[in-house]
Design a protein around this ligand. Structure first.
Ligand SMILES: C[C@H](N)C(=O)N[C@@H](CCC(=O)O)C(=O)O
Ligand SMILES: [Mg+2]
Length: 366
């Protein structure tokens, strides 16, 4: 199964509601979609949502990285040479983790098709049913409480609450949400780097003193402040999860060695694809640190790949794979499906994606 052509296109998908974090507000999900075509007629799908505030990638940089640098190195290679292909992706250039992830996802899709297996089975086949949380965007406390109630009425039992732009308001937000949804609903917070380390400790202790029962807190401090992250981890009882600080394999290795966090959020777009995400999951497992499978604001291509990984590894015990459920329409034919807060994996070979509707072609390499 040899790679003969790589096509690059994009989709722009409206959201059900604006997506607002301490880092950005967006009204549409914009995703670069790639198709890798082989001499056997198989197609592998991959995606890269350019999330400039987190990965530094823009649409133009993703297209250029794939078209000018990564894809030309892969034309003619056989899909069964997986290690060579992954080395080529890693060595082709520094950074550009989303572009690398897009190519890597399509390669794994083809590799699993070649093995006649669904991707989650190829990767380890640990579970078929994955429970995802739903993200509540950063807004006024009363609106967030209403959004949380709506999520619960749609079957979600785990809510990921965005905080981090104002700690006084953050406290009010969590009180309002806990009062609205009651104690049975699991609440996790994501500050997206919004607090200073001492501010985070003060606020998290307030949550603890008020018995607000917060499951975990994601990325309290700015990504590069791993000393601050460790300070927070060491000074509160609530588990602290590294997200933006846990970028790729090297960063996760450092965090684990320093015991700077209690949990790791793995994302394909930070890791540079499945082959590196597997290394992260294995390092975390060796250290006994549980992981969450996370996502960017992206289409069902990436969510299917991420869910396949979450379904394959026992150390990935949590999932924040709600992005495709935040979209008002779904142009991706096949892949995972949502049943309330559960993600159902597809039993077809590879990712099980057969088509992308409303795909806008950009360029190709052959
Ligand atoms: C979409 C997902 N629930 C999420 O919150 N992901 C990121 C933010 C991604 C983005 O800005 O596109 C996270 O910080 O965990
Ligand atoms: Mg996060």
């Amino acid at each position: 199964m040899k790679i003969i052509k790589i096509q690059i296109g994009k989709v722009k998908i409206p959201l059900k509601k604006p997506f607002i974090t301490a880092l950005r507000r967006v009204d549409f999900a914009e995703d670069i979609i790639i198709k890798i075509i082989t001499d056997t007629g198989n197609i592998g799908f991959g995606n890269a949502p350019p999330t400039a505030v987190i990965t530094g990638d823009s649409q133009a940089s993703v297209v250029s990285a794939i078209h000018d640098i990564i894809a030309p190195k892969l034309i003619g290679l056989d899909i069964c040479e997986l290690e060579t292909i992954c080395n080529q992706i890693d060595k082709a250039m520094l950074h550009n983790s989303s572009a690398k992830a897009a190519i890597d996802i399509a390669i794994y899709d083809l590799f699993a098709q070649m093995c006649n297996l669904p991707l989650y089975k190829l990767l380890g086949g640990y579970r078929t049913d994955i429970k995802s949380d739903l993200t509540i965007s950063l807004r006024e406390p009363e609106i967030m409480a209403q959004d949380a109630l709506e999520a619960v009425s749609n079957g979600y039992t785990d809510l990921k609450i965005k905080v981090g732009n104002d700690s006084t308001l953050d406290f009010k937000r969590i009180i309002a949400i806990r009062n609205a949804v009651g104690n049975e609903i699991n609440i996790r917070l994501d500050a997206n780097q919004g607090w200073k380390s001492k501010e985070a400790v003060r606020l998290i202790r307030q949550f603890e003193d008020k018995n607000l029962n917060i499951e975990l807190i994601e990325q309290p401090v700015i990504a590069h402040d791993t000393v601050g992250l460790k300070f927070v981890t060491d000074n509160v009882d609530t588990p602290i999860m590294a997200d933006e600080s846990a970028f790729g394999t090297y960063e996760v290795f450092e965090l684990l060695a320093k015991r700077a966090c209690d949990l790791i959020n793995i994302k394909l777009m930070k890791a540079g694809g499945i082959h590196n995400a597997l290394k992260i999951a294995d390092m975390a497992k060796i250290c006994g640190v549980e992981c969450m499978m996370g996502c960017m604001l992206e289409s069902k291509v990436g969510i299917t790949a991420s869910a396949s990984l979450a379904g394959s590894k026992s150390i990935i015990t949590k999932a924040d794979l709600d992005a495709a459920d935040l979209l008002a329409t779904d142009p991706i034919v096949g892949g995972i499906s949502y049943k309330q807060n559960h993600i159902i994996l597809n039993e077809n070979n590879g990712l099980g994606i057969t088509n992308i509707k409303d795909w806008e072609f950009i360029t190709e390499i052959k």
